[in-house]
Design a binder for this molecule. Structure first.
Ligand code: GLN
Ligand code: ZN
Length: 755
């Protein structure tokens, strides 16, 4: 019997082998054969990990050299016209990354994860054609290793839903062109073996689904199932419930349905109808996007609950989603505290858990080894439940007794006092916080961490950077200065490292896009701040200038959204704990004489739930916690926030509710279009819409910025506007930053004279 199932496995490699070989290939240090060799070693290694762990359904085609959506576009021949003439890997990587003549395709977030996919571009003049080579070869590659895989495919409805039309129109208009190619694909797959299993991912079904899209499910899956009778089709969703779609799928000939019971608890509501349909249920019960050891007893009872409806014969135990969103293996975590490490489980360890769950649930009779493993699991979970490292009564008491949820004074009163105290002019100039991270700065940080330089030397280096940064800002005439953030590797990690309750990994890399990986810190326990985190740097910077030095913090929601978060407490509670730590920091900065404090919420929008019904609750605690974080600010202390995106239409009321005195945003690429919503809703607080795009190395001219400022002035009055770049400058070079900011200040001077 086949009882367990892995939705997908990470592919970058446990030593980031794929990343390394790709980057060497891109910089022409090696050739493509080397890339293929590494790729094939990784595939084999990953299949074997799963085989050795006793996994029955192992995926192929979950591998990709860059991204699976890109692979799907290539498979369907959806190649944008600008890439015509290129072929093979040259074409593939040009689509992903651009080349000297052509810009890359757009990239965007995969649902609510930190993975980014390439957005396919469709046009009505396209002719699509199937090329299933990659997928067929991967199946054969695995087969040659003695492993019969299930084949992973991104489904046609999700493919269309996530693509964009470059002519006017709706991507779903191409349903009739695309589905026949998928049917052809199923026939090609059918020829591979006597019986083949295919996992078709349709995560788009977990979003609020429009009737129009819902109506495509039945014809789509009837066509695909009828294309061959030896192909078992499983339709898989994850990250939320898919009840509307499931209710349709049970009336199609699909063989199985994959549902996420962790992030989509509501999937339980359709168990009865799934049971009636007699289809296989691939039950996602092992967390595929977190790093905590599974609680095997709890998971087995969840399965028992599910099996009250679904007969065990039809039940397959699975990860909640692809393990792509977790790091590889704990094997290389040599520095981690052993108590904390014992609470964790990365992808490879999750495989053994899945096996143990299956054994425990289906067989009940365990071998000695399995009994020991189960006992070890029980005791690890018990230790996590009771450890003093996790539970801090002082923090819990503080959270329970919050009485102050917002700052004193309404905006109108505060801003009047602030203008009196700060005396900045209309169109005040500032920056978002970071300045270029030079090789010297990175080196100093690294050496300090490794212990090769002492604290005094390190502090001197950083102060030297701050001195230069301040001197430059004064020289070019900026009005509100920043210290430049040289001491920060990352805006979340920097704070995490100084908070109790936070852990860090050495090798916990997770693919973010292409060859890029991130290593999110993890929150394992109650959060507290043993001592001030930024005050020394900021006050040092303030001591070097007569001008206003803006303090720089990361907000609670962003800290939360860019970390792995403990699963034994609601996110909203964890966020509240972080908010209190930031509140103390705001207060310390203000006591130390800092008059403006920016609390960045770069990832505020990322935390939005996939289902609109869950949005009000997220917004309410996210706003609550931002406000708690700044509630210690006196009326005269000006609070800024910054958000890294431009689309505010849906969330303008929420932004307003955050009640920051000034918000800086990213609208440089859209003229004044995206700012309009602020005027439309009568937004009264001050706004700093970025006047140039920092993501590009281009230096904007004075004229260009004048133009941009004038456009902004068509929408909001000068009293309400700040002038700044649209995000932090840390990824840029000084040669780009200096002239750009000089031009920005000059542009403001010109515009002010004309006003
Ligand atoms: N203050 C941060 C910086 O300037 C903000 C970064 C961000 O918005 N992502 O780097
Ligand atoms: Zn930003």
């Amino acid at each position: 019997m086949s009882h367990n199932y892995v939705t997908g496995f990470p592919r970058i490699g446990e030593q980031r082998e794929l990343k390394k070989v790709l980057e060497r290939f891109w910089s022409k240090e090696t050739d493509f054969t080397e890339v293929e060799k590494v790729a094939s070693e990784l595939k084999v290694r990953h299949w074997n990990y799963q085989k050795e762990a006793g996994i029955n359904f192992i995926a192929s085609n979950d591998f990709s050299l860059y991204d699976n959506m890109l692979d799907t576009a290539v498979m369907l021949g959806a190649i944008p016209a600008r890439f015509k003439g290129l072929e093979k890997e040259e074409l593939y990587f040009a689509m992903a990354r651009g080349n000297k003549d052509t810009v890359a395709m757009e990239m965007t977030k995969w649902f609510n994860t930190n993975y980014h996919y390439i957005v396919p571009e469709l046009h009505s003049s396209d002719t699509y054609m199937l090329n299933a080579k990659k997928l067929i070869n991967e199946y054969k590659e695995a087969k040659a290793q003695g492993i019969t895989t299930k084949i992973n495919i991104i489904g046609p409805i999700t493919f269309l839903g996530l693509s964009k039309r470059i002519d006017r129109g709706d991507t779903y208009e191409f349903f009739g062109k695309i589905v026949p190619l998928y049917a052809q694909l199923i026939t090609e797959i059918a020829a591979l073996d006597e019986e083949v299993t295919v996992q078709i991912d349709e995560p788009i079904f977990v979003k609020d689904i429009e009737p129009k899209v819902l109506s495509l499910i039945k014809p789509c899956y009837e066509t695909l199932c009828n294309a061959a009778d030896n192909v078992n089709i499983i339709v898989t969703t994850y990250f939320e419930h898919a009840n509307e779609a499931t209710k349709v799928l049970v009336h199609t000939p699909v063989w199985g349905i994959g549902l996420d019971f962790l992030y989509g608890e509501k999937n339980k509501e359709v168990l009865e109808i799934v049971a009636k349909s007699g289809k296989k249920l691939i039950a996602g019960v092992l967390d595929g996007r977190n790093i905590w050891k599974n609680d095997i007893e709890a998971t087995v009872s969840l399965l028992e609950e599910i099996s009250q409806n679904i007969s065990k014969r039809n039940l397959i135990v699975s990860t909640s989603c692809s393990l792509l969103h977790t790091p590889f293996t704990l094997k290389y975590e040599e520095k981690m505290d052993s108590e904390v490490k014992n609470w964790l489980s990365y992808a490879v360890e999750k495989l053994d858990e899945l096996n143990l769950i299956t054994k425990n649930f289906f067989e009940k009779t365990l071998t000695e080894d399995e009994k020991n493993a189960l006992e070890a699991n029980r005791s690890a979970n018990e230790s996590r439940r009771t450890s003093a490292r996790i539970h801090d009564e002082a923090v819990q008491a503080r959270v329970a007794n919050i009485t102050k949820y917002e700052r004193d004074g309404v905006y109108e009163e505060r801003i009047a006092i602030q203008h009196e105290a700060l005396r900045y002019q209309p169109l005040a100039t500032t920056t978002i916080g970071s300045f270029p991270q030079t090789p010297e700065v990175r080196k100093a940080r690294r050496e300090f961490k490794n212990g090769t330089i002492d604290e005094r030397t390190y502090v001197k280096e950083m102060q030297h950077y701050i001195d230069e940064c301040v001197a430059f800002q004064e020289e070019c005439g900026l009005e509100v200065l920043v210290h430049g953030e040289p001491e920060r590797n990352d805006m979340v990690e920097y704070f995490g490292e100084q908070l109790e309750g936070y852990g860090f990994s050495q090798n916990g890399w997770v693919q973010s896009y292409g060859s890029r990986c991130v290593k999110p810190p993890f929150i394992y326990g109650d959060i507290s701040r043993p001592k001030p985190m930024t005050v020394e740097w900021i006050t040092y910077a303030q001591s070097r200038t007569e001008k206003i030095m803006k303090g720089m913090l990361t907000g609670p929601v962003t800290i939360l959204n860019w970390s792995f978060v403990r699963d034994d407490l609601p996110r909203s509670e964890v966020s509240k704990q972080i908010a209190l730590a930031i509140r103390d920091e705001v207060n310390d900065l203000q006591q130390a004489g800092i008059k403006i404090i920016q609390v960045d919420e770069a990832a505020f929008k990322e935390g939005y739930p996939l289902r609109s019904s869950n949005i009000p609750s997220y917004e309410s605690w996210a706003v609550r916690d931002f406000k708690i974080a700044v509630s210690s600010a006196h009326k005269e202390t000006q609070i800024h926030t910054h958000m890294c995106y431009s689309e505010f239409n849906d969330i303008i009321r929420t932004i307003e509710a955050m009640d920051a005195d000034v918000i800086s945003i990213e609208t440089a690429r859209s003229g004044n279009e995206l700012l309009r919503i602020f005027a439309e809703v009568g937004y009264k607080k001050e706004v700093g819409p970025g006047v140039y795009d920092i993501h590009s190395p281009r230096i904007p001219s004075v004229e260009e910025i004048i133009e941009q400022i004038k456009k902004l002035l068509e929408v909001l009055p000068k009293e309400q506007l700040w002038i700044n770049p649209d995000c932090g400058l840390k990824t840029r070079k000084w040669e780009e930053v200096k002239p750009s900011l000089v031009n920005m200040v000059k542009a403001v001077q010109v515009v002010r004279k004309e006003l």
